[in-house]
Design a protein around this ligand. Structure first.
Ligand SMILES: C[S@@+](CC[C@H](N)C(=O)[O-])C[C@H]1O[C@@H](n2cnc3c(N)ncnc32)[C@H](O)[C@@H]1O
Length: 198
């Protein structure tokens, strides 16, 4: 399973944003929508072996939305459709237990520190100055943590360090988080294809 975690530092925890102006009214939920697209969307389908956790911090208390490829439905490549699915999830009365919104989309209160995937064996924190991802022989189950336009703050970095996350770079340029996800998926695709040919 490939897991992506994206920190939305200002991303709204309520459905009170406009689909006509997602960047301007949602605390940059548009960035997270593009990450969802990069995580799942293939030319003719959806990646089933992917989950993405969107950590939303633009409210009093954080919320996390999880999208799971295995049972995800109604996802289209455009940002607006994704934002509409998130809007619906954020309209639920969230508790600290995962609650299904639409097929493959779950929501709960709580944030980064409470994510069980960060207790897995292989955690990678994506940062421009990290070790080259290509040198890591990444494969199998892995979790990749990325920031939004504001990056990942010092407290999160300390948490990730305490959990043994490896700091890795997706390449020499500073990229958008969604583009990093495309590159990570591609690296994993290539590794899996090579292993398949052995
Ligand atoms: C637009 S960047 C964040 C820029 C932000 N101003 C900062 O200084 O952190 C969004 C996220 O993409 C990831 N990222 C961008 N370029 C990367 C690279 N070359 N290697 C690894 N991660 C990268 C990081 O996780 C970063 O938090």
């Amino acid at each position: 399973m490939r897991n992506f975690v994206v920190v939305g530092n200002l991303a709204t925890t309520t459905p009170d944003f406009s689909l006509e102006d997602i960047p301007g009214t949602s605390g940059r939920l548009d960035i997270l929508c593009r990450c969802v697209n990069s995580a799942f969307v293939l030319s003719h389908g959806i990646r089933h072996d992917v989950r993405i956790f969107l950590v939303l911090r633009g409210g009093e208390d954080p919320k996390t939305v999880c999208l799971r490829g295995r049972d995800l439905r109604h996802l289209n490549p455009d940002e607006r459709t994704t934002a509409a699915l998130l809007k619906k999830a954020l309209g639920l009365e969230a508790t600290d237990r995962w609650q299904r919104s639409t097929p493959g989309i779950y929501v709960r209160t709580r944030g980064l520190a409470d994510l069980a995937v960060l207790r897995g064996d292989t955690i990678y924190y994506l940062r421009e100055d990290g070790a080259d991802l290509r040198e890591q022989k990444v494969g199998g189950d892995a979790t990749f943590v990325l920031g939004d336009h504001l990056g990942v703050n010092e407290d999160d970095e300390a948490l990730l360090e305490s959990l043994g996350a490896k700091i890795v770079s997706a390449g020499p340029a500073s990229l958008h988080a969604d583009h990093c996800i495309v590159l990570i998926n591609n690296e994993l695709d290539r590794t899996e294809a090579e292993r398949g040919y052995e």
